[in-house]
Write a protein that binds this ligand. Structure first.
Ligand code: 5GP
Length: 241
């Protein structure tokens, strides 16, 4: 379906969001841009927009099969998707199946340690505040969500994790951790309103332990696009099964 980009809604680090002719629909255009450490490190990687967009679409599809509501509507080109316009809740949900990244540092634990339970974090999505980890009471006190909404959101976050853990495991990949945001539709329904891709997930090859995500860029490991394409290839095969 051809959808025309109208006025700019938000120019993100790796995506641009436009209004469309329909007031309820946004056009999301992925960029070949890759950024890390809150935009301090930046580069252009040819083919990244297409790989990320296609991976995100496949993963939205797997979530939909499990009845998990997301803002995704459809692909409209290799690097563009349409999504429902929602009010974004300024919280980042972080799910950790293994301890790595910032959690390995602040918990002082060896990266790759498997905790006895899944670790859920929420971060206040506020640049001026420095994206702090907060608890439920902070989120309610800030007027971001109600306790009832949090309960619903945590249930959705756990469902997303169950679904993605299995999908990636079937693709020979360990889903170490990931981050995403949620939104509210005009009629107050809570939905996943963020992509899942190697930009937002830590993905390790289940056999070799190789990093298949943005850590390759963060830590100058090289082979970024090859890793993204490998993830796309494996998820595509899974979809075709
Ligand atoms: P950590 O807190 O260990 O740095 O990140 C946990 C997970 O969330 C990782 O999979 C990481 O890629 C993702 N993540 C954390 N912060 C951001 C962010 O600002 N943007 C994106 N795209 N992903 C993030």
């Amino acid at each position: 379906m051809k959808v025309e980009a109208k006025e700019l809604i938000v120019e993100g680090k790796d995506k641009t969001v436009f209004a469309t002719d329909s007031p309820d629909v946004a056009l999301v255009r992925y960029k070949d841009q890759i950024t890390a450490f809150h935009n301090i490190k930046r580069a252009t990687i040819k083919g990244k927009a297409e790989a990320s967009c296609k991976i995100a679409s496949l993963l939205y599809g797997f979530l939909a099969e499990q009845g998990i509501p997301t803002h995704f509507i459809e692909d409209v080109s290799p690097t563009e998707q349409t999504c429902r316009r929602v009010e974004i809740i300024p919280l980042q949900f972080i799910v950790r199946n293994w301890i790595a990244g910032s959690a390995a540092k602040f918990l002082h634990v060896e990266p790759g340690t498997k905790p006895s339970n899944v670790i859920y974090e929420i971060r206040y999505n506020n640049n001026e505040a420095g994206f702090p980890i907060i608890n439920d009471h902070h989120a309610v006190a800030l007027g971001i969500v109600t306790y009832k909404e949090l309960e619903e959101l945590y249930a959705m976050v756990a469902k997303v994790n169950d679904c993605l853990l299995k999908v990636f495991a079937d693709a020979g990949i360990d889903l170490i951790d990931f981050k995403f945001e949620c939104g509210r539709t005009a009629d107050g329904k809570l939905v996943v309103a963020d992509e899942f891709s190697p930009d937002t997930c830590r993905l390790w090859d289940a056999k070799t332990g190789d990093s298949l995500d943005k850590d390759r860029f963060r830590h100058d490991m090289g082979g970024v696009i090859d890793a993204y394409q490998l993830v796309l290839e494996r998820l595509t095969k899974l979809k075709e099964k």
